[in-house]
Ligand binder design. Structure first.
Ligand SMILES: [Zn+2]
Length: 327
């Protein structure tokens, strides 16, 4: 009996490419990272991914394992079939066939997934949402991403754009959003919003969310108030999500989402104050994510392993069906 295969997950973000060799339990065996990638340069990103994939495959071989395939978690709008990138605003890529381009180059199966969906899958399989029947995950970073796992399936919608929680309109005619709409949740409840709120209206250049998180950890009153305000907006948005999706658990992740416990506490209070059908609805638990920055690459690597398992099962079934019985 051969050993269980591992998989490689890669997280492609605004300024970084991080790859991990992931075992069958969602554990990170080894990582490679480039924090200064030039994401706008498509060919350079392909080069970097190929280089990391080779290094991590060699690492797997040293452990006596084979690699099932490669999964890419990426901050982009994808097609429903997850075969093409429709638009990657932060990366400056037009429509690209990333999965095909990489598969041809690496001669292995390549799967792409939206980074927030991949993170949701990771937290559901191995993290804060493990075993939940219906789990929503919301990720607060530069923007806001969302994912839904229900009855063991990741839900992507008819056109691949489901659970874009960041673009839920919470303020009619509110702040303009790069997506083209106004008053989107991510203008009020994201790392960017955290920085803007803490900076105030004095005309100073906005602080980063990370800096505000640091100040909050040190007990700075302005930073803590900003965390609470972002939390209240988040709770309001999640109450709308709950009215549609009826989740049992909501996992809150991302650098800003886990910036300070005050944020989640404020989100819980606002959620309870705004959620519909409160008399009948069982309590929805808002939990902090536990996989941190690795959630996306761990999640997408697991999806690769799962897909290759299905391929193997279908092949086994076919062999069984084709077997000629002796007369
Ligand atoms: Zn928007």
């Amino acid at each position: 009996v051969s050993a269980v295969a591992w998989a490689i997950g890669v997280d492609v973000g605004g300024t970084k490419v991080v790859a991990g060799l992931v075992d069958e339990h969602g554990g990170l065996v080894a990582t490679r990272r480039d924090e200064h990638a030039r994401p706008g340069d498509y060919a350079a990103v392909l080069d970097r991914i190929a280089e990391f994939a080779d290094a991590l495959s060699a690492e797997a071989a040293a452990h006596g394992r084979v690699v099932d395939g490669i999964g890419i978690a990426i901050a982009a709008f994808l097609t429903a079939d997850r075969d093409r990138i429709r638009e990657a605003v932060n990366l400056g890529w037009p429509e690209t066939a990333l999965a095909d381009d990489l598969a041809a180059r690496l001669r292995r199966p390549v799967l792409i997934e939206n980074d927030a969906d991949a993170a949701a899958w990771g937290e559901w399989r191995f993290g804060a949402g493990r075993g939940a029947r219906t789990m929503v995950m919301v990720t607060l970073g530069t923007g806001v991403g969302g994912g839904l796992v229900s009855d063991g399936r990741l839900y992507s919608g008819a056109t691949g754009l489901a659970l874009e929680i960041g673009h839920l309109q919470v303020v009619p005619s509110g702040l303009p959003c790069p997506c083209g709409a106004r008053g989107c949740l991510e203008q009020y409840a994201s790392g960017t919003a955290l920085g803007r709120i803490a900076t105030g209206d004095g005309g100073a250049p906005p602080l980063t969310g990370a800096l505000v998180a640091q100040a909050a950890a040190a007990g700075d009153a302005t930073a803590l108030a900003a965390c609470a305000e972002v939390g209240r907006w988040l709770g309001l948005g999640l109450a709308q999500v709950a009215a549609v999706v009826d989740p049992s658990v909501i996992v809150v992740g991302g650098g800003a989402g886990t910036a300070h416990p005050v944020l989640l506490e404020a989100a819980r209070e606002a959620f309870a104050a705004h959620v519909g059908v409160p008399r009948v609805r069982p309590e929805v638990e808002l939990r902090p994510a536990v996989l941190g920055n690795a959630a996306g690459l761990v999640g997408v690597a697991d999806r690769v392993r799962q897909q290759e398992d299905q391929v193997r099962e279908r092949e086994a079934d076919r062999r069984q069906a084709n077997r000629v019985e002796p007369i």
